[in-house]
Ligand binder design. Structure first.
Ligand code: SF4
Length: 97
């Protein structure tokens, strides 16, 4: 986890939330390492909990052992964008809460 940098936080907590594309996420944990507010965990996710998976996304999910990121503390997001930049799969976007 990176130490919080107040200058990087553009928004109060809860203004924006990270959205993870399950068809792109490969559970590489860059978001966990970068987020100053511990928004993410990476763990095994059940296929049934990822209803938006395409056929290719399902194949990737299976190949990576079902391990994906989840924004378990999305309400703590400050919108710094570090996770968006860090994700090697381009799986994270920010949207208004
Ligand atoms: S934009 Fe990403 S890295 Fe920054 S606080 Fe929100 S979830 Fe964490």
């Amino acid at each position: 986890m990176t130490e919080p940098d107040p200058t990087a936080c553009k928004h109060p907590a809860g203004h924006l939330v990270p959205v993870i594309d399950p068809n792109r996420c490969e559970g590489k944990s860059a978001c966990v390492a970068e987020c100053p507010y511990d928004v993410f965990v990476v763990a095994r996710r059940e296929r049934a909990d990822l209803p938006g998976l395409t056929m290719l996304g399902t194949l990737k999910w299976w190949v990576h052992g079902g391990v994906q990121a989840e924004a378990v503390r999305a309400d703590q997001c400050h919108g710094c964008g570090l996770c968006v930049s860090a994700c090697p799969e381009g799986a994270i976007t920010l949207k208004r809460a």
